[in-house]
Structures are given as structure tokens and as C-alpha cells.
Design a protein around this ligand. Structure first.
Ligand code: BTN
Length: 262
């Protein structure tokens, strides 16, 4: 994959105007962290292969080389640092729109930021932050999308790819370009209010959990309730069986359906 083949297909004003495509790297997020000092806001890092891909909650992210998307956006947002984790949800929305536009597949978000197609996980997002001074920081939004992979190891029982669901190859360059176009648009809406006021309704329209029973797995605490969607700061609003309403912050939490992954 060549960075020019992504850039020639996208229409962004500033996002990913600077970027690099690597043949093999430990992790695009780690790489982004290493170049953060010199790199400009909006830099895109894409890799054909990762030897040490990182997932959420300390897990690893294993993915076949050359057929999938492994990318990180390096951002230097001028918003309060407490708000920066909400950028992950913007990326989830951008991936959903990108997949829908390009393939017609009914991609959905499993809160907070897994993308599922036909109840199979096709994309995961890991956002990390490096503090520079008290109020300046870099954010790395790492996105892994299973695009043209056809086989998955036995442990990954919930995994699928766009190709397993669509039945044909998808251009990774086209997909990345579309996602970047949408992300830039969402980013501008987000930074106006520094929250999801202008976006949470669209998020909830494509969120699989809305109206469904979920099991919330917090470290040391587990409960069941009905998910009502996210609020303006990206927390999942859940009504417990006791009637009490709680707002769940993504952090270390995982949400499962009662009868499976979704
Ligand atoms: C998850 O656990 O669902 C998040 C997976 C995130 C994987 C992507 S692949 C590109 C970027 N680099 C990494 O090391 N991780 C993210």
C-alpha cells in the first residue's frame, strides 16, 4: 500500500495530509508515539504488518499482513484532556460510515468502539494519550479493520472481516480515504462544543446495544441492565434491573449482550 494511493482518494483539508506507510512495524500506535514530537497534527501512520499490535485492556491485536487496515492518527487537539477519550467514538462513527458507504454492509457500533457486521467484530480501536505539559498532549487513535482476511484463529470466535461478510475484496485505500473524510467532518463538529452534543444521536442510531439488555463487566463489579445509548459525553446510559440508572464510562469496562458477544 502506498500513502499516495490513500491521499489521492481523500478530500480532507488537513487530516492525513502528512503520512507514512510502513512495511512492518511493532505497532502503529507505538510508532506514532515515537515520532510525536516532530510530527504534525493529523499525521497518518499505516502499516502492512504489525509484530506487536496492541488491543484494548492489555490485550494484543493479531492480524494478517497485507490484507487488513492497521492505522494510527496522531492528533494534537486543543480541547480539555478529559474530553479527548471521546475522539475514539468519532473514529467508530467514521469507520461505520466508511464501511456502509463503500460496501453497503450494515455496520454497527458495539459500545464503546468495536465495529460489528452481522454480529462479528470487524474493527477495534485503541486510543492512547501522551501528556507533554499540563495542558498539551498528543492523542494516538489506532484502528484495526479486518478487511480482506478470510480465516481467523479458533480463539477469535467473534471475529469476521468485510470480505467474509460481503463475499468480495474491498480496496483498503478507498476505505481508509472515506474514513478519513468522515473523521475530519466529525472532528470539526466535536471541537465546536468539545463534546458529542452534535453527534450522539447519529452514534445511537448505529449502536447495536441501544434498547438491548447488556451485562456490564467492570473490574470487580458486574451487573445487568438495559442500554439506552450514549449521553453527550460518551457514557453508556444503563438502567439496572433495580430501576436505578447509571452512566458507564468506557475505561476498563466491557459490555456484553446476555446471549453472546453483541
Ligand atoms: C481492540 O482491542 O479492539 C483495539 C484494537 C486496536 C488495534 C489497532 S491496529 C492499529 C493500531 N496499532 C495497534 O497496536 N493497535 C491499533
Amino acid at each position: 500500500m502506498r500513502i499516495e494511493d490513500i491521499q489521492s482518494r481523500m478530500n480532507t483539508r488537513w487530516l492525513a495530509r502528512s503520512g507514512i506507510c510502513l512495511e512492518c512495524v511493532d505497532s502503529t500506535n507505538l510508532y506514532a508515539g515515537r515520532i510525536a514530537e516532530q510530527a504534525e497534527h493529523g499525521t497518518l501512520i499505516v502499516a502492512e504488518e504489525q509484530t506487536c499490535g496492541k488491543g484494548r485492556r492489555g490485550r494484543s491485536w493479531e492480524t494478517e499482513k497485507r490484507v487488513n487496515v492497521m492505522m494510527t492518527l496522531l492528533l494534537r487537539p486543543e480541547i480539555r484532556k478529559e474530553r479527548a477519550s471521546q475522539l475514539t467514538l468519532l473514529m467508530a462513527m467514521a469507520v461505520v460510515r466508511g464501511i456502509r458507504d463503500l460496501t453497503g454492509l450494515a455496520a454497527k457500533i458495539k459500545w464503546p468502539n468495536d465495529i460489528v457486521v452481522n454480529e462479528k467484530k470487524v474493527c477495534g480501536i485503541l486510543t492512547e494519550m501522551i501528556m507533554k505539559t499540563d495542558d498539551s498532549y498528543d492523542v494516538m487513535i489506532g484502528t484495526g479493520i479486518n478487511v480482506n482476511q478470510m480465516e481467523f484463529s479458533e480463539e477469535l470466535i467473534h471475529a469476521g472481516s468485510l470480505k467474509t461478510e460481503l463475499g468480495k475484496d474491498i480496496s483498503r485505500e478507498e476505505l481508509i480515504a472515506r474514513i478519513l473524510d468522515v473523521f475530519e467532518e466529525l472532528y470539526e463538529v466535536f471541537t465546536e462544543t468539545e463534546d458529542l452534543s452534535g453527534l450522539y444521536e447519529e452514534y445511537n442510531e448505529v449502536c447495536v446495544n441501544v434498547g438491548c439488555q447488556v451485562r456490564v463487566l467492570e473490574p470487580g463489579n458486574e451487573y445487568v441492565g438495559t442500554a439506552h445509548g450514549i449521553n453527550k459525553i460518551g457514557e453508556l446510559v444503563v438502567q439496572k434491573e433495580t430501576g436505578e440508572t447509571v452512566c458507564v464510562y468506557a475505561g476498563e469496562v466491557s459490555v456484553r449482550g446476555l446471549y453472546g458477544y453483541v
